[in-house]
Design a protein around this ligand. Structure first.
Ligand SMILES: NC(=O)c1ccc[n+]([C@@H]2O[C@H](COP(=O)([O-])OP(=O)(O)OC[C@H]3O[C@@H](n4cnc5c(N)ncnc54)[C@H](O)[C@@H]3O)[C@@H](O)[C@H]2O)c1
Length: 423
């Protein structure tokens, strides 16, 4: 089968590689000419994505995957077109569809009769039918007659995308019954995964938002419980472990907010007039307030933050991926500086320029001699740090550390909803 994948970023490229590795002929399209050149040389632009480098080199070498900036030419040769262009929120919190619309406009006039277009990108409910299908149809094809459209969200975890592609069922919703049938057949043939076919595009769109908002609200609840725990000097992690020991309770882990492309973004898609969104909005508010709450607590422990030297460790939005989209490290920086602290940033996965671009002063190697260390993303490289040499106090912004490990290494420990422990 000939497949065009539009948008070969963190998600699109592993998908393109996985399809090519299963014997299909794949063209990856991107507006980023450097990325296209990289891929055509068999080089992997996403080094922290497990297994991608070897597979990419193989499929490019075998001629099964190539990349191009010429989307129309790639689409003209494709039976199936998968759209993996990211949709973020703009400054007002509304879905910014411009990159995806540009991709649709480039593809639409080139679509073959009978081609299947699949949107993988998470979207506000109704976007595929009301916005994207008309955009594709403007190229001359008639939806339901010689153009088939489906929505099938990606349910992948950055860093292990190749594994996750077949780890969970693929959710599919079609523009019409024939579109759904073709999309289901495509995923059965290409990925060989279990499929959950939903009755409409909208049901599939909402299912992905449901996953995201569930996690955001769950974390918001954990964050409120953490604040109660702080008031009573309880360790919230003990409480969560106990509560989760029966099968109806799945509390997530408290922390200083939620970062990344997905969890903080998707609840906003539910807040755009499609229906009730009080909980989605409340969850966002609770989680957005956590950096200020945590920094206040750190300040109270240190006897004020004015002039204090603080290092933030791990600026990525989560451990072991070099991705800083919506990272809470920036919120921590803002809140620390607002209280007069001097702040340095450290991240072994980011170069100096990337750290400066985030607004941090890069911390000299190795990080040593601060008044406090805020552990934002516990990269593997931090696991064996001599904490007492980094700072006398470690604030665990993700409750990712074992307090006893920190105190044994000579530093005091506090977490989110976790009391002060001294070495
Ligand atoms: N990253 C994740 O962990 C994750 C997980 C599940 C689902 N998703 C979904 O996948 C989507 C894509 O995420 P990502 O992390 O791959 O984003 P990304 O930013 O890494 O990749 C998007 C790519 O699209 C390219 N692009 C932008 N406009 C284009 C155009 N007009 N034509 C061709 N290419 C264009 C960009 O240059 C970039 O390479 C997200 O919006 C989300 O809905 C992401």
């Amino acid at each position: 089968m000939n497949v065009a994948v539009i948008g070969i970023g963190r998600i699109g490229l592993p998908i393109a590689v996985a399809l090519a590795a299963r014997g299909h002929s794949v063209v990856g399209c991107d507006i980023d000419a450097r990325r296209v050149e990289f891929v055509n040389q068999g080089r992997n632009p996403i080094p922290d994505e497990a297994g991608l480098a070897d597979l990419l080199l193989r499929v490019v070498g075998e001629g099964r995957l190539r990349a191009t900036t010429d989307t129309p030419a790639a689409v003209a040769g494709a039976d199936v077109v998968a759209f993996c262009v990211a949709v973020d929120v703009d400054a007002e919190g509304r879905a910014d569809l411009r990159p995806l619309l540009a991709a649709c406009d480039a593809a639409a006039p080139a679509l073959r009769p009978g081609s299947l277009c699949i949107f993988d990108t998470t979207l506000p409910v109704g976007t595929t039918r009301n916005v994207l299908v008309p955009r594709l149809a403007a190229g001359g094809r008639m939806p339901g007659r010689d153009l088939f459209v489906a929505f099938s969200p990606e349910r992948l975890f950055m860093g292990r995308v190749l594994r996750d592609l077949t780890a969970y069922p693929k959710v599919v919703g079609g523009y019409d019954a024939e579109s759904a049938r073709r999309a289901v057949a495509f995923y059965r043939e290409t990925l060989g995964v279990d499929i959950i076919e939903l009755p409409s595009l909208e049901a599939a769109e909402l299912s992905k938002l449901a996953e995201g908002v569930y996690r955001d609200l769950n974390i918001a609840l954990a964050n409120e419980l953490a604040q109660v725990a702080d008031r009573f000097g309880i360790d919230v992690m003990d409480v969560i472990r106990a509560a989760n020991s029966q099968p109806y309770c799945h509390l997530h882990i408290p922390g200083t907010g939620v970062g990344g492309h997905c969890i903080p973004v998707y609840p906003r898609f539910l807040m755009q007039g499609e229906g009730p969104s009080r909980l989605a909005a409340l969850g966002r508010r609770v989680n957005d307030e956590m950096p200020a709450y945590a920094v206040e607590r750190l300040g109270a422990t240190l006897g004020g933050l004015e002039g204090k030297r603080i290092v933030v460790l791990g600026l990525a939005f989560r451990p072991d991926v070099a991705v800083t989209a919506h990272t809470n490290a920036l919120d921590l920086l803002r809140e620390l500086r607002a209280r007069g602290a001097k702040v340095w940033g450290h991240d072994p996965l980011l170069d100096r320029e990337a750290i400066e671009a985030l607004g941090f002063d890069p911390a000299p190697e190795p990080p040593r001699g601060y008044d406090a260390a805020v552990v934002h993303a516990l990269h593997a490289a931090y696991r064996d740090l001599e904490w007492g040499k980094v700072a006398p106090l470690v604030f665990d912004a993700r409750n990712a550390l074992e307090p006893a490990v920190v105190t044994a290494a000579g530093a005091a420990y506090i977490g989110v909803g976790r009391p002060l422990r001294r070495p």
